[in-house]
Write a protein of this length. Structure first.
Ligand code: ADP
Ligand code: MG
Ligand code: ZN
Length: 514
């Protein structure tokens, strides 16, 4: 067998043909890194991006004789996640050793939970486009369990063309990540999504991300790997009563990729089954660039990890009063919060959807709290800055932070407009200056000399001049054809070099002619 990364492309069946003949079954496993200050079983710091192997100790390196101690904040986060996912919380559970060798796992076992997870039997409602094609509807994803474990280190394969292990000359291991607390959240098989399966998968991961963010337990940055998703998928011929064999696509690291990976696997499974073949139960790698998966390793259900209860840790038995107290700390569920904000802000469904999709909810919220109107907050954050952020491949909040543009800037810009100092087109120019790093809206307005002429004498003179130069149009307006006023406004604005308030000009012309 060749070890090259060039593999034959799998056959795929047309998506419409897949959903006509088969029902997809999905299982989503999401790993989320908690943003605790210290690791799961030792006091090492967890900061991202440190010099390799500087945040390690005998415990997370698995040195002989080192003893782990459970991080109480991580347990608290796990319970809050479980409660937010409508799970039951175990009154008593243990950690287990999952034994296998991998160079990035210095203990040769991962401390995880097996048949005694801290949280189990929950659900998360997600919003997906309605089956009718109009509006949205709620789809309930059932949660099998959420359990605590620890992350592994990180290997870097050097010398090859692809950064993968094949073709590499050597590998480097960084154990800074080894031992960072992870919560793994596993769904029950998701049935009944039909042709919307890819959208349901994406909506679930997005909903989970929003929930974890609202809980403030993780950075949930898929691109940095603090949230990762494995996508299990199988197909059943319509009407069948047994699940098909699944594939497990590992480490899919963006929402868009989750959706694409489900769709691709559906089409690949469809082609195999249609051709009379059978699916191999295996892990697969997702390739972002080409949008396909390739075979990883074969994996049976009875993976022999020789799980056994961790002898070095005491069981976790959270008192009920503590669990109930933690329940009171849960945030408003993100979907409900969005509905409430939409009605507070007076946004249409379409406006709210755009705001949500662009990841602007928090920023608008902060801007409104800082004193802007919801309409202005939406307008300024979703205009020019969104276009630029998009071109840079960043989301608006990240991009705004990089530029140093804040909600206060929007508040100030809006007040310059409402106080009559700027008209809309000037405000746009001022905003461009703010985005270009020229200062606050007031500073930009001052420096660029952008200000409406407040001198009523100058404005009146310009209006008189334009009326005198256009007697025909003036007569029309006198005769009641008020729509002709636009032509005069345009000329006055020209004379004033755009630095007049168009509605004031309009009122003045009409007052003079009628
Ligand atoms: P593993 O350790 O092999 O990854 P898990 O139980 O952790 O197994 O996760 C398997 C995931 O796949 C779960 O979300 C489960 O609901 C889902 N699943 C199980 N069987 C099937 C199947 N036949 N088709 C699709 N998904 C499945
Ligand atoms: Mg798995
Ligand atoms: Zn350590």
């Amino acid at each position: 067998m060749s070890t090259s990364t060039q593999r034959t492309t799998d056959a795929v069946l047309d998506y419409d043909d897949v959903v006509a003949a088969y029902d997809p079954v999905m299982g989503l496993e999401v790993h989320v890194e908690l943003h605790t200050n210290t690791k799961m079983f030792c006091g090492c710091p967890t900061a991202f991006g440190a010099e390799p192997n500087t945040q390690v100790c005998p415990v997370c390196l698995g040195l002989p004789g080192a003893l782990p101690v459970v991080n109480a904040v991580a347990v608290e986060s796990a319970i809050r996640i479980g409660l937010a996912l409508n799970c039951e919380i175990a009154s008593w559970c243990r950690f287990a050793r999952k034994n296998y060798f991998y160079p990035d796992m210095p203990k040769n076992f991962q401390t995880s939970q097996y048949d005694e997870p801290i949280a189990f039997n929950g659900w998360l409602d997600v919003e997906v486009p309605a089956e009718s094609g109009e509006g949205t509807e709620v789809f309930r994803v059932e949660i099998e369990r959420a359990h605590m474990e620890e992350d592994t280190g990180k290997s870097t394969h050097v010398g090859g063309a692809t950064g993968r292990i094949h073709g590499a000359t050597h590998s480097l291991v960084d154990y800074n990540r080894a031992g960072i607390p992870l919560i793994e959240i596993v769904t029950k098989p998701i049935l009944g999504a039909g042709e919307r399966a890819p959208e349901v998968a994406r909506a679930y991961v997005a909903g989970l991300r929003d929930l974890l963010k609202a809980l403030d337990v993780s950075d949930v940055r898929m691109e940095q790997g603090s949230m990762r998703c494995d996508v299990n998928l199988s197909l059943m011929p319509k009407g069948a009563d047994r699940f098909g064999t699944r594939s497990e696509t590992k480490n899919v690291n963006s929402l868009r990729s989750v959706e694409r990976a489900v769709r691709y696997e559906m089409c690949r499974h469809g082609a195999v089954l249609q051709g009379g073949g059978s699916i191999v139960q295996e892990t697969r790698h997702w390739h972002e660039d080409t949008g396909v998966t390739t075979s990883g390793r074969e994996k049976s259900d009875a993976d022999d990890y020789r799980y056994f209860p961790e002898p070095d840790l005491v069981p976790v038995a959270p008192p009920r009063e503590w669990v109930e107290q933690l329940r009171t700390t849960l945030p408003e569920p993100p979907a409900e919060r969005r509905k409430r904000l939409q009605s507070d802000w007076g946004f249409s469904d379409l406006e709210m959807r755009d705001v949500v999709n662009a990841g602007l909810v928090e920023l608008i919220q902060e801007t409104v709290v800082a004193g802007a109107s919801p309409a202005a907050a939406r307008k300024w954050w979703s205009g020019e800055i969104a276009r630029r952020a998009n071109a840079e491949g960043q989301d608006v909040p990240t991009y705004a932070a990089v530029l140093g543009v804040t909600p206060r800037h929007v508040v100030e810009l809006e007040s310059l407009v409402t106080s009559g100092r700027l008209n809309d087109s000037m405000a746009r120019q001022v905003w461009e200056g703010v985005l270009a790093g020229e200062g606050t809206p007031t500073e930009v307005s001052d420096a660029r000399g952008l200000e409406l002429v407040q001198d009523s004498g100058a404005l009146e003179a310009a209006v008189d001049e334009v009326i005198a130069a256009n007697p025909d149009i003036a007569d029309k307006i006198r005769d009641g054809k008020v729509q002709a006023v636009g032509a005069l406004i345009g000329q006055v604005m020209k004379t004033m070099k755009g630095q007049a308030d168009a509605s004031a000009v309009r009122e003045l012309i009409i007052a003079k002619l009628t």
